[in-house]
Design a protein around this ligand. Structure first.
Ligand SMILES: C[S@@+](CC[C@H](N)C(=O)[O-])C[C@H]1O[C@@H](n2cnc3c(N)ncnc32)[C@H](O)[C@@H]1O
Length: 264
């Protein structure tokens, strides 16, 4: 990852750590539980959540596993994760600063390695996947959860343009077909797959990125989204809702295993 992109990530997520902690996973406990169940955690598992942000997923996993670790590039996110851990009085979790492209852990250290809602920030998602595979035990499982971009080229381009306008640290939302090809090429098999439609408020989505309706960035992103609504040209299935707009992210959840005799 280039130094410039690293700085963009750290700047964005330092600025938005508080809003992100409030409006992201912490305000949707039922979705969080669904994701934990999907991962099929085992009481003996050593788990690692890559790009853990404010730690909501790692801390939801912790009561179900032996140890849940989180790793993230942004110190302010880690500070919030540790505060959230203290608030929840969870003793079997730990948070570390590190880059997903070069995880600070030895080979084969974890039973379950997850990365949720972060692949779209990675300029080289294959490298992150390779690192996740490296730190997973041979019989370990990987969990990847991320928004999916539309398959059609024009929708894909506009969809990612809107995402990048809202958040400059957004690199690219990938298509379902791209994820599946990437897993195959990395020697992984899909053990479980679920595609979910996550409806959310545009206003909350913007607040999470640090922009309220009075800001220029809010107005520009909203205009681009509104211009795309006829014919759903950006694939957000956007619908007016009072002063707000309901948008939908299609989310892919993938539980993966290493293929016997696979590359890693
Ligand atoms: C959209 S947030 C998601 C956080 C968390 N997974 C969640 O769902 O609440 C993206 C996170 O990825 C982290 N991140 C981005 N690139 C990273 C990298 N190369 N290594 C580690 N963390 C990274 C950011 O610091 C940020 O906390």
């Amino acid at each position: 990852m280039s130094k410039k992109h690293k700085e963009t990530i750290q700047k964005q997520f330092t600025k938005t750590a508080e809003a992100f902690s409030t409006f992201a996973v912490r305000d949707t406990p039922e979705v969080l539980s669904e994701k934990v169940e999907f991962a099929k955690p085992q009481a003996t598992d050593l788990a690692l959540d890559v790009a853990c942000g404010p730690g909501a997923f790692a801390l939801a996993l912790a009561p179900r596993v032996r140890l849940a670790r989180g790793v993230d590039l942004t110190l302010e996110m880690l500070r919030r994760a540790r505060a959230f851990q203290a608030e929840k009085q969870i003793s079997n979790a730990a948070f570390t600063c590190g880059d997903a492209e070069q995880l600070p852990f030895p080979d084969g250290a974890f039973d379950l390695v997850s990365c949720q809602c972060s692949f779209h920030h990675m300029p080289k998602p294959q490298l992150v996947l390779r690192e996740m595979i490296r730190v997973a035990k041979p019989e370990g499982r990987l969990l990847v959860i991320d928004p999916l971009a539309p398959e059609s080229d024009p929708k894909y381009d506009l969809h990612n343009r809107i995402e990048r306008l809202r958040d400059p640290s957004h690199t690219l939302s990938l298509r379902l077909t791209t994820f599946l090809r990437m897993f195959e090429q990395a020697g992984l098999e899909v053990v479980r797959q679920s595609l979910r439609r996550r409806a959310r408020s545009f206003n909350h989505w913007m607040l999470r990125a640090g922009y309220n309706p009075g800001t220029k960035r809010y107005r520009e992103t909203r205009k681009l989204l509104e211009d795309s609504m006829a014919g759903d040209r950006a694939g957000f299935s956007a619908q007016p809702q009072g002063d707000d707009i309901q948008i939908v992210h299609n989310e892919g959840m993938f539980l993966l295993g290493k293929k016997a005799g696979g590359r890693s």
